[in-house]
Ligand binder design. Structure first.
Ligand code: USQ
Length: 395
């Protein structure tokens, strides 16, 4: 059984990824320090529904499926917490069998502060974002360098590393011709938030590790994700992933559906022409799985753009309004001054065929898919708190 180690296993993507691999027979270990939950409590962001702890979820998963997801609680910004995952000194906070699962064949790295607004809230949050994200990546690269050179690292990057350049966006690399000579370099990066900038720096750290130590790395440039359910969470309601709809941790589609359900005018920032690549949470899992099945080679930094389709903010608002109105909500769309510093009209033409060529079958954001998202959110309408929807963190 191949061993997959998931860093950031309690998060929006981490927990569904853990169940996905476990269901397919992998030996899975998850690690988390509960940053996301604690930040949600500290910032009073509200959540659509309460989520059991990681240990409780692993226990429920075992009860329902007979499968084991080993849990480690610890702060991966501490080098020794990371190193223990590779040299066998690890202690599991929950496991059926305490025996060391061995060096992982694959590490999926989600263990970062993932919010752009959080990173620009104040200097302390900025400091946390930079220190946490870069230290975790650096600690991981050194652990792989020292103990696990054959391990394939799958790292979650972001489409935001590229920004919104006035030329087509390639999958990670760009061939440059200069004074009659040619070479291939990382595609120019220019992020729109401090959080996104840490992802650029992560890519640079990994590129260094690949060049110096022949590491195997896949960097997934992901767009904003939407959705709640996956096949595995359908087994038991308590296995559903963390769902945020607030300004700090909620992403746009999840926010718009929640706003529509509770009668809050959809918060279109500025002109609404901001265009991004989107994907269903189910497709995140597929993308990580195909990357795991087809690992990067030794000395290769492989980069994919992990999106399935592009939308402007206005297009998402229109779709939400249409589906919401049909379901009996009175959905209003309201442009509010953009708290972010970003282009509201821009060229956007990213390449994203790599993952589909390896076998990913996209779930598109159709009216039916949005209907199902509405259905789930409507069940928890009573929990939605209007006052956390917009706080106005400025860039
Ligand atoms: N937006 C609105 N109204 C809202 C919320 C967002 O108009 O109420 C706009 C934003 O200004 C932005 C776009 O929608 O132009 C997307 O915003 P978002 O909050 O959904 O996503 P973002 O802050 O870009 O970050 C999210 C995830 C992050 C991931 C990133 C992928 O939180 O972890 O890396 O999506 S990407 O955007 O492609 O860089």
């Amino acid at each position: 059984m191949s061993h997959v180690l998931i860093l950031g296993g309690d998060g929006y993507l981490g927990w569904p990824t853990a169940m996905y691999f476990s269901e397919r027979g992998y030996d899975v270990t998850v690690v988390d320090n509960y940053f996301r939950r604690n930040a949600c409590t500290a910032l009073d962001t509200g959540m659509l529904y309460p989520v059991p702890t990681l240990i409780e979820r692993a226990h429920i998963w075992h009860e329902k499926t007979g499968r084991e997801i080993k849990v480690v609680i610890g702060d991966l910004a501490e080098p020794d917490v990371m190193r223990r995952l590779f040299d066998g000194r690890v202690t599991y906070a929950w496991a059926v069998n305490q025996a060391f699962s061995g060096i992982p064949e694959t590490v999926v790295h989600y263990a970062e502060q993932p919010s752009a607004p959080y990173s620009l809230m104040n200097y302390e949050a900025a400091d946390f974002t930079v220190v946490n994200n870069l230290r975790v990546t650096n600690n991981l690269l050194w652990a792989i360098r020292d103990f696990a050179r054959d391990t394939h690292l799958i790292k979650l990057g972001t489409m935001g590393e590229y920004g919104t350049p006035n030329i087509d966006i390639e999958e990670g690399w760009l061939e440059i011709e200069h004074k009659g000579r040619k070479d291939t370099f990382l595609y120019p990066r220019q992020a729109g938030s401090l959080y996104h900038t840490t992802k650029i720096m992560d890519t640079d750290l990994m590129w260094f590790g690949v060049r110096m130590w022949d590491l195997k790395v896949t960097d997934l440039m992901q767009g904003p994700v939407y959705g709640i359910e996956t096949d595995e969470s359908a087994i038991d309601d308590r296995l559903k992933t963390i769902f945020n709809y607030d300004e700090i941790f909620g992403t746009i589609v999840n926010r718009f559906v929640t706003q529509a359900v509770v009668g809050y005018p959809l918060t279109v920032y500025g002109g609404g022409g901001q265009t991004r690549g989107y994907l269903n949470i189910r497709d995140t899992l597929q993308c990580v799985h195909v990357s795991e099945k087809n690992p990067a080679k030794s000395g290769e930094l492989r980069i994919f753009n992990q999106i399935m389709e592009t939308f402007s903010v206005n297009q998402l608002a229109e779709l939400t309004q249409k589906v919401g109105n049909r379901r009996g909500h009175e959905v209003e769309v309201k442009s509010i001054p953009n708290p972010r510093k970003e282009a509201e009209e821009h060229y956007y033409n990213p390449a994203y065929q790599g993952l589909q060529e390896m076998g990913v079958k996209p779930h598109y954001l159709t009216e039916e898919v949005m209907d199902r998202l509405f259905e789930v959110v409507e069940q928890y309408k009573g929990n939605i708190r209007k006052e956390v929807i917009f706080k106005g963190v400025k860039w």
